[in-house]
Design a protein around this ligand. Structure first.
Ligand code: PAF
Length: 295
């Protein structure tokens, strides 16, 4: 069943189609294609903020119709992670989507995405191993699986992902290439608050004091970028520089600080662009990631 935004009980969006089931979504995509419309797709887990808005605008520039999915995907959360408390606000999401030009919101139900007895998963076996894949086993299997399912339902021409989740972007790119999907994957730059903090739905969990300490993540990346621009080529020295900065803050616990080849995600022995400086750290109980892409 497809509904216009306003007929949704809590909607304040104006002219966004709200679709909750797969057959209707597929029908809608096929009718757009029959009209030779290019479909841009932005998959999200909701709780939209300015970074999502920038993905939507990027898709809008490149396509005739934009589909935004909102689905908190259970298979990408490990035991003890924040699936149950992951922030949700559908009403606000619909408003932001409408204001930024989304044409269709696809909001499937978990029972439809993963019915009882569901048993098929997609595993990328190289790029997903290190970095976040090491501390979150199964995470990228869940991401690749849901993204492939969403691609099969929405049938987009292009799909836009944020560069903040750099490893995710690379895993999706690899899946698209390995499985011969005819979809263009577009990476969109990190969006930051005025003070530098990379936007993330999980910033919501931070106390005021934790948020203040979290700024060390982006500021240490800026310093690292400057050191590299000034000629520093040792990954060890850059990693030490960042770690030293972060460890000055009592609530920060570093998960990793890595310097990797931007294409293979392998560790580099010497910094020769393109590389990515990738950081994952807990600030209090909240796990944040950020990166600097050095081109
Ligand atoms: O980046 C996200 O929000 C999620 O990992 C994605 C791509 C929507 C898959 O659930």
């Amino acid at each position: 069943m497809s509904r216009r935004g306003p007929s949704h009980p809590t909607s304040t969006a104006t002219d966004v189609d709200f679709i909750e089931d797969t057959p209707t979504m597929r029908l809608k995509s096929r009718s757009l294609k029959a009209e030779c419309k290019k479909i841009g797709f932005v998959p999200t887990m909701g709780y939209l903020h300015e970074a999502h808005a920038s993905l939507i605008r990027e898709a809008k520039k490149r396509a005739d119709a934009v589909v935004l999915s909102i689905f908190v995907n259970p298979t990408q959360f490990g035991p003890g992670e924040d699936l149950d408390r992951y922030p949700r606000d559908l009403e606000r999401d619909m408003k932001i989507a409408g204001e930024n030009g989304v044409d269709i919101i696809f909001h499937p139900k978990s029972e439809e995405m993963y019915p009882e007895g569901y048993s098929t998963y997609v595993t990328e076996e190289t790029l997903s191993r290190g970095l976040c894949g090491r501390s979150r086993p199964g995470h990228f299997r869940g991401v690749a699986t849901v993204v492939l399912k969403l691609f099969n339902i929405v049938e987009p021409d292009i799909a836009v992902f944020g560069e903040k989740d750099y490893q995710q972007l690379m895993v999706i790119n690899k899946m698209v290439s390995d499985l011969n999907l005819d979809i263009e994957i577009v990476g969109s730059p990190i969006v930051r608050d005025k003070d530098g903090l990379a936007l993330s739905s999980r910033n919501e969990y931070l106390t005021e004091e934790e948020r203040r300490q979290a700024l060390a993540i982006s500021s240490s990346l800026v310093e690292a970028r400057e050191a590299i621009a000034a000629g520093e080529r040792s990954p060890r020295k850059i990693r030490e520089m960042i770690s030293k900065d972060l460890l000055l803050h009592k609530d920060i616990r570093i998960e990793y600080v890595e310097i990797i080849d931007a294409r293979t995600l392998a560790h580099v022995k010497e910094i020769t662009p393109p590389v990515v400086i990738a950081v994952a750290a807990f600030v209090g109980k909240t796990r944040l990631i950020d990166n600097a892409i050095i081109k």
